[in-house]
Ligand binder design. Structure first.
Ligand SMILES: Cc1cc2nc3c(=O)[nH]c(=O)nc-3n(C[C@H](O)[C@H](O)[C@H](O)COP(=O)(O)OP(=O)(O)OC[C@H]3O[C@@H](n4cnc5c(N)ncnc54)[C@H](O)[C@@H]3O)c2cc1C
Length: 398
């Protein structure tokens, strides 16, 4: 019989693998078992982030994860075009798998694939097969699941990676091209030029409901490529799609099991991106284990995650307010103007916004000035508590 691991992580996605990688790098005697429902770790994804989202002491460590890096990127709106000198990076499933391979080879990271976990507890899990597996600590990294205490809008997208015959002419990423038709919500196109002849083109839109009509979006991507990129012939070599939660309001109650990643609510309220928070948690947990050494047990990581979750939710209160302005106060066809105004602000503020580190004066700067939304609607959506009361009443009456 194999020895029980120190830690079990359920879910071999972004947060589960970053945490395993960091914990094993920092703690040479640690043993982790990761349990994954699908047939491989890390899935088939790309994950992008501003390098300024990453704490300085982790920028060297995260390098092997980075598959592409650009020194700047563009944003485009009907009345604003700007290049931001913020380094932008993309990692993917291959680079993430490579980051943990050393630990798999050494036997300190054990994988159990094609295995779904039925229930999680602080120091054991029960598999769908009924088998019980024990460890000193269990972390839940199973990805997103809606719950009754969160009120959401959605960011939905479809992306095509295309290989072109001729150079496509894009020098740097376009993080938001909102000059496209808005189609009744906030919509933009996102382009990442991986090489002179390979580019990801992603059509993204924000709406109230989670349904994604991917065929319509496929057609819009084709139109965008035809009208905006300098290419006549290309083939689609990869497709991705996603529906990300955008938090409008959240009840101040923390009764869920401690969890990592999207499962634990660790994502950016406005963008739905989770890489920066996953990295922070991975580092925190790794050093807690290091600090407690042999005395480390599930309470250490449970406590760390609960404290971080409370802090994260408090820090994101302002971002949820911005989301309510975007989804509930701005007229659908004018929602882009909220972002158009935001991208006119100084670069340091924009970096802090994405890194989840806005200062009080940044928040004041974002709010001061002529709001791009009707004042009465802005005031109506100001209070999160009142918003939740109204949304709950709506839900209950259905
Ligand atoms: C297409 C797409 C693109 C995205 N792009 C970005 C981006 O560029 N930057 C960014 O920061 N964020 C991005 N996100 C958002 C977010 O960061 C990702 O969704 C991220 O992968 C979430 O990480 P996670 O670890 O919480 O969950 P996941 O990466 O989804 O991992 C969850 C894992 O748990 C497994 N699992 C689920 N249930 C069980 C079970 N019962 N038993 C065992 N295993 C189970 C799943 O199979 C999966 O492997 C993107 C999301 C999508 C969908």
């Amino acid at each position: 019989m194999t020895q029980a691991p120190d830690m079990i992580i359920v879910g071999a996605g972004l947060s589960g693998l970053l945490t395993a990688w960091r914990c094993l790098d920092v703690n040479p005697d640690l043993q982790i078992e990761i349990i994954e429902a699908s047939d491989r770790i890390a899935g088939d994804h790309t994950w992008s982030f501003n390098l300024t989202d990453v704490a300085e002491h982790l920028q060297g460590w995260i390098k092997p994860f980075i598959a592409y890096r650009w020194d700047s990127y563009d944003v485009k709106f009907p009345k604003r075009k700007r290049t931001l000198d913020i380094p932008y990076c993309t990692g993917n499933s291959d680079t993430l798998r490579a980051c943990v391979q050393l630990h798999i080879d050494s036997g300190r990271l054990r994988l159990r694939l094609n295995t779904a976990v039925e229930s999680l507890h602080s120091d054991y899990v029960v598999l769908e097969s009924g088998e019980k597996l024990e460890a000193r600590g269990v972390l839940d990294a199973r990805g997103f699941e809606p719950n009754d205490d969160v009120f959401l809008g959605y960011q939905k997208f479809v992306g095509h990676v295309i290989k072109t015959k001729e150079p496509h002419g894009l020098e740097r990423p376009i993080i938001m091209d909102a000059t496209v038709e808005q189609l009744g919500g906030y919509r933009f196109v996102y382009c990442l030029p991986y090489s002179e002849t390979e580019v990801l083109v992603e059509d993204t839109y924000y709406t109230d409901g989670p349904e994604l009509r991917s065929q319509e979006v496929d057609a819009r991507i084709k139109d965008y490529i035809r009208d905006n990129l300098n290419v006549s012939e290309y083939e689609v070599v990869r497709r991705e799609k996603g529906v990300l939660p955008i938090t409008l309001g959240v009840q101040d109650r923390y009764d869920a099991a401690p969890a990592l990643g999207i499962r634990g609510g660790f994502y950016h309220a406005v963008t739905g991106y989770s890489f920066p928070e996953a990295l922070k948690n991975a580092d925190w947990i790794a050093y807690k284990i290091d600090l407690f050494g042999e005395d480390w047990d599930h309470e250490t990581s449970d406590h760390t995650l609960q404290v971080n979750r409370t802090q994260h939710r408090q820090d994101e209160r302002f971002l949820r307010l911005l989301n309510r302005m975007l989804f509930r106060a701005a007229k659908p066809e004018e929602r882009y103007s909220v972002l158009q105004r935001f991208y006119g602000l100084n670069q340091g503020l924009i970096e802090r916004f994405y890194a989840g580190q806005l200062k009080w004066y940044d928040k004041a700067r974002i709010l001061i000035g002529k709001p791009p939304v009707p004042v009465h609607k802005a005031l109506y959506n100001l209070s999160e508590k009142a918003f939740i009361r109204r949304e709950r009443a709506k839900r209950d009456s259905k």
